[in-house]
Design a protein around this ligand. Structure first.
Ligand code: HMG
Ligand code: MG
Length: 309
């Protein structure tokens, strides 16, 4: 099997991870988390989103967080923006890369950003143009690529139509979102095979949620297909509040463990990443899904069968 020698991990925990938390994590804690992450060797952290705070109250302090974190040279600090209003704030906060986002299914797009897919393109086009004029790189997410919480199966043609438009706008990298963690490796293979007939592999990153425990299997299939960029979240936090049933992203620590054990380099120190995940777990006050974090914190204790059966 041919695997890449290096993989880039884009940590999305402070954004995707925290946007779904019911309890408001303090601004100080968010800043501390990002500062810890900045010292793990990660070179990309999506730190927040500049969306309507009524839609995502958990990140309503985005401007303050972005302004007050320590910026470590070599780390790209990115944020999600839905429109020009969000872009203006991202520029004010000196964000280096912005991510626009939309869905490949009509209903999720409508529920998440209050627009049809057709009406979203002109909004994003304007954002991309303005962002580029301001010297910002733009990334694009396509959600519900592997299934929609409202419509079920999503046709690969829908994904291709959205990808076509985003790439035409000048977006450099598309992150393919398994928003509700529904993908299987077979589906990953089919969708990537279809996309790779049209575009080079380096246009894509994968963004797996782990709702059904298939995320690492999907990562492995993506690696075999030649993908070298993956989004993940500290502790396995995450989920889209407008995608019922969605749970966290693949945990950064579990992804690191698997990649490093396979001899694939990431440049990230596993122990430091575990410390950042442990910090956020303590602040959130419940066990997070990351298996490696559970091992690191000694919980749950391994079960020893002393009964002889
Ligand atoms: P809207 O209500 O249609 O917006 O929301 P509007 O343009 O009609 O404006 C209404 C009000 O919102 C106005 O304020 C605007 O100023 C304000 P008012 O006059 O009523 O006081 N507004 C804003 N305020 C702050 N920042 C802004 C902004 N824009 C408008 N940027 C909108 C449309 C897109 C803004 C809204 O639907 C929204 O914020 N949605 C965000 C939902 C979201 O963040 N979802 C989670 C992220 S996506 C995700 O998790 C998936 C992903 O991880 C990939 C995957 O897993 O698949 C990326
Ligand atoms: Mg997500």
């Amino acid at each position: 099997m041919k695997w890449p020698a290096n993989v880039q991990i884009k940590e999305v925990g402070p954004r995707d991870g925290l946007q779904n938390e019911k309890a408001f994590l303090s601004t100080e804690d968010k800043i501390h988390l990002i500062n810890l992450m900045s010292r793990t060797g990660l070179n990309y952290i999506e730190i927040t989103s500049f969306v309507n705070p009524k839609w995502i109250p958990a990140l309503s302090d985005s401007l303050e967080v972005a302004k007050r974190i320590e910026r470590v040279p070599g780390v790209t600090y990115a944020a999600l923006v839905p429109n020009l209003r969000g872009l203006d704030k991202a520029i004010e906060a000196d964000i280096e890369e912005v991510s626009v986002f939309m869905s490949s299914s009509e209903t999720h797009n409508q529920k998440n950003i209050n627009k049809s897919i057709g009406d979203t393109f002109p909004v994003l086009k304007e954002v991309v143009q303005e962002a580029q004029m301001a010297g910002k790189n733009v990334r694009g997410y396509i959600s519900t690529v592997f299934g929609c919480p409202y419509e079920g199966k999503v046709s690969v043609n829908n994904v291709i139509q959205v990808a076509d438009k985003l790439l035409e706008m000048g977006i450099r990298e598309i992150s393919l979102g398994d928003t509700i963690g529904a993908a299987s490796p077979k589906q990953v293979q089919i969708i990537l095979e279809n996309l790779l007939k049209r575009y080079p592999i380096d246009k894509f990153a994968m963004h797996f949620h782990d709702t059904r425990g298939t995320a690492l299997a999907n990562v492995l299939m993506s690696l075999e297909m030649g993908i070298t960029t993956f989004d993940s979240s500290a502790g396995g936090l995450g989920g889209c509040p407008y995608a019922p049933g969605a749970s966290g992203n693949v945990a950064t620590e579990d992804l690191l463990y698997m990649l490093h054990q396979m001899g694939i380099q990431t440049g990230i120190n596993e122990e430091k990443q575990l410390e950042a995940a442990q910090f956020i777990q303590e602040r959130i006050g419940r066990a997070l899904p990351s298996r490696s974090l559970q091992v690191f914190t000694g919980r749950p204790a391994p079960t020893v069968n002393e009964g002889g059966e």
